[in-house]
Design a protein around this ligand. Structure first.
Ligand code: GLA
Length: 748
């Protein structure tokens, strides 16, 4: 059992081979004593309890003035205790009082991991994979009960936390703040790593030293956002990709979030994570319960890379679900950048015909297939096929696509509505809008009130009819705006603070229903590119559109940053045309593919426009990806050279397959350097004792061998992969800008 409870000392120790998480009851209150690398289990860790009077602190109670919440860290800091930092729990009574006194009532330990009602969460397939502790705290005055749920995975350095808030009293309560959990990684000698950005430059890695006070990431946009991903890491200043401590935190949630790192005056760092309390409240009648989302804590003693790989494994196989979870993903072609809204059935089939000939497996029809959708000003919400564009309906088009030997996929944007639609005319009350206030557009569209179950029912029926009308094997589920006028016209006054969270629950419910009705469909989530690329979505859709920016250079940073938390199997990555539609850059077809391989892979262009030699290049790219996608999408990913380091001119990463028998290494150089000299990239994850044949992809037979002999893993990891090309005085392999090279390593 990786959970040991020492009743005599009130000590709880959750551990596995990699980590320890220890808390203890002091005067009935649970305080977090340690979270970090594994330590041996002991009966007593009470020396970690600070028991001395410290000026300006408040005692936990009259009986124990020397113990203060400010100097210890409560497992679930609540308002009313003397913690003095942003709380995890704030609950108000009808009289306006929010002072609580939550004390330990009991606990249970069970094998396995229970599901979270109505919410996405990690899971186990066998009870032996994890143990779960539920700690119950109660407040006698209000009848409030809190179940703190902790799961420790047996074979991953991961702890999952969540909380269930129950009203066991007789009077109504209102939850104003209910976070998922807190983690205290000890001192304050850390740097904060976050994934920040905006549309088309999502999830750039940003690393800054911690300072006293609160810092962190949040969203108030209604979705997890392009701006701040619900992920952060604390690393030591000396931590690298391969060495040093890294604590990762990931919130399994797709709505307004907040992840705060609080550094207090005494050098203590505390991470709190959960639903953003801003604009949130949830009425709790007697007998009702509120379930928070789950937050994951990942501990790595071996750098950011090991932290990421643990998250990748968990997200890939213990968060994502369904028929596609473990399957290499189809190579697709999407018509968005090929045609935008301007297409006919014949044009689509022409694109598909060329693509099918090149080995592409799935044709995806993007935006524009439904009535009144000739630009982005109208059409969302009714979900009726536009027979002017598709005279034989979706079914007829799908048949023609299937006839080419390809699968057929479709774009939808369920949560949005455009003016002038039938659904708006019939149900104006289904649109989020505060009466009398301006209705604020974004991309000319508005938000349906998915906190209203009737809207979820409507969308379930409408979209089921659409999906059922054709042989559809893939759905791209888009969501293209942030929320502004958040007022539900059907919820009562006391429910308005619940609308944002209830909306996300509605989205999850719609995903659940459509996923159950169409279990063979591969869902890809999307939100104006990567505006909702989060673990909550991965529970329902195993892949997500990483960014609308498909430029190969921009994608280096976007995919590098995204990989801090998310596996390659989840990252939608396509080759698009040049000049690129977002940044107008011209990069070689080779580099565009060499970047897009590290994800789900596909094309987003008009295949009929390929020149003859481009067709042959694409045919070879598709064949390469088919050969190696299992390895790339399900192998272990190592980041080697950061596009955020130095001038950001280089980037390298690699994936190592099962049994360390095969690996793929990618190296990218954005601009030609002058007189650059030798160049090596140290590899990672190989077997130092094994020998590997190193072959460069796309290089003619006879020139592809990089070395005249096999090379040991030790050499490749300690000396590095040799990228110096003797035949080229200025620099290695190929001259000019936008150089990319792919190497296949095979154990000999
Ligand atoms: C969003 C998506 C794009 C495309 C368009 C269609 O921007 O991110 O990939 O589907 O919508 O309107």
């Amino acid at each position: 059992m990786p959970i040991s409870v020492h009743e005599a000392t009130g000590t709880f120790h959750l551990y596995n081979n990699d980590l320890s998480y220890i808390f203890a009851l002091v005067e009935g209150y649970p305080f977090q004593l340690y979270y970090g690398a594994r330590v041996p289990d002991e009966e007593d860790f009470s020396y970690l309890v600070t028991e001395c009077w410290m000026p300006s602190s408040v005692g936990a109670s009259a009986e124990c003035e020397l113990v203060s919440f400010e100097h210890l860290s409560g497992e679930y800091p609540f308002v009313g205790a003397d913690d003095m930092r942003p709380p995890a729990l704030d609950v108000r009574t009808a009289s306006g009082c929010n002072v609580l006194n939550l004390v330990y009532r009991g606990h249970t330990v069970e094998r396995g991991k229970p599901a979270l009602e109505g919410l996405p969460a990690t899971y186990v397939e066998d009870p032996s994979e994890a143990d779960t502790l539920t700690l119950t705290l109660t407040d006698d005055v209000t009848g409030l009960a809190v179940d703190l749920v902790y799961t420790v995975f047996a074979h991953e350095p991961v702890i999952a936390r969540s909380a269930r808030i129950r009203n066991t009293g007789t009077a109504a309560l209102t939850v104003e703040t209910a976070l998922s959990g807190t983690f205290c990684p000890g001192d304050d000698r850390f740097e904060l790593v976050e994934l920040a950005g905006s549309w088309s430059r999502e999830r750039h890695e940003v690393r800054t030293p911690l300072r006293p006070g609160a810092q962190g990431v949040y969203s108030l946009r209604g979705h997890s956002s392009h701006q701040f991903n619900p992920f952060l890491a604390l690393v030591r200043p000396e931590t690298t990709e391969e060495t040093g401590e890294a604590y990762g935190f990931s919130l399994v949630y797709s709505g307004n979030h907040r992840m705060l790192v609080d550094v207090d005056a005494y050098g203590t760092t505390r991470v709190t994570a959960g639903i953003n309390p801003e604009g949130f409240s949830w009425p709790l009648a007697p007998g009702e319960a509120f379930q928070t989302p789950e937050v994951l804590g990942v501990y790595s003693a071996d750098g950011l890379g090991a932290m990421s790989r643990a998250l990748h494994r968990v997200f890939r196989s213990r968060l994502s679900r369904g028929a596609w979870r473990d399957r290499p993903r189809p190579i697709l072609i999407n018509n968005w950048e090929a045609t935008y809204f301007d297409f006919t059935e014949d044009k689509l089939v022409e694109v598909a015909r060329v693509a099918a000939d090149l080995g592409i497996e799935l044709f995806v029809l993007d935006d524009g297939w439904f009535t009144n959708r000739n630009d982005d000003t109208a059409g969302l919400g009714d979900w009726e096929v536009d027979y002017a564009k598709l005279p034989h309906g979706l079914g007829g088009l799908a048949e023609r696509i299937n006839g080419l030997g390809m699968d057929f996929g479709l774009w939808i944007e369920p949560e949005m509505v455009s003016p002038g639609t039938r659904v708006w005319a019939e149900h104006p009350e289904w649109v989020l809008h505060a009466p009398g206030q301006p209705l604020r557009p974004s991309r000319h569209q508005y938000v349906l009130d998915l906190s209203n179950p009737a809207v979820v029912d409507y969308l379930t029926d409408r979209l089921s009819a659409v999906i059922g009308s054709a042989n559809i094997s893939y759905i791209k589920w888009d969501m293209n705006r942030s929320f502004a006028d958040v007022f539900s016209q059907t919820a009562g006054a006391e429910r308005q603070g619940s609308v944002r969270h209830a909306f996300i629950l509605g989205v999850y419910e719609l995903y659940r229903r459509l996923g159950e009705r169409f279990p063979q469909i591969l869902f890809e989530s999307c939100a104006g590119g990567g505006g909702r690329f989060d673990p909550g979505m991965l529970f329902y859709a195993p892949q997500a559109w990483t960014s609308d920016d498909t430029d190969a250079v921009e994608r280096l940073r976007i995919q590098w940053g995204t990989s801090l938390a998310y596996p390659l199997s989840s990252m939608g990555s396509h080759v698009s045309a040049v000049p690129n539609h977002q940044v107008f850059r011209q990069t070689p077809l080779k580099m565009r593919a060499d970047v897009a391989y590290f994800g789900t892979f596909g094309y987003e262009l008009d295949a009929t426009a390929f020149a003859a030699e481009e067709r042959e290049a694409v045919r070879a790219q598709v064949a390469f990806m088919k050969r190696y996608r299992g390895l790339i999408q399900f192998g272990e990913f190592y980041r080697l050279r950061s596009p955020f380091a130095g001038r950001g001119n280089e980037c390298a990463w690699m994936v190592v397959g099962e049994g360390v028998r095969e690996a793929i290494v990618a190296y990218y150089r954005v601009l030609q350097e002058v007189n650059a000299g030798r160049r090596q990239v140290r590899l990672a994850g190989l077997d130092p004792e094994a020998r590997y044949a190193v072959r460069e992809q796309g290089v003619p037979e006879g020139e592809a061998e990089l070395y005249r002999r096999s090379v040991s893993g030790a050499e490749l990891m300690r000396i590095g992969l040799n990228l110096t090309d003797e035949s080229c005085g200025q620099n290695f392999s190929g001259r000019g800008d936008f150089i990319s090279r792919i190497f296949v390593l095979e154990r000999v």
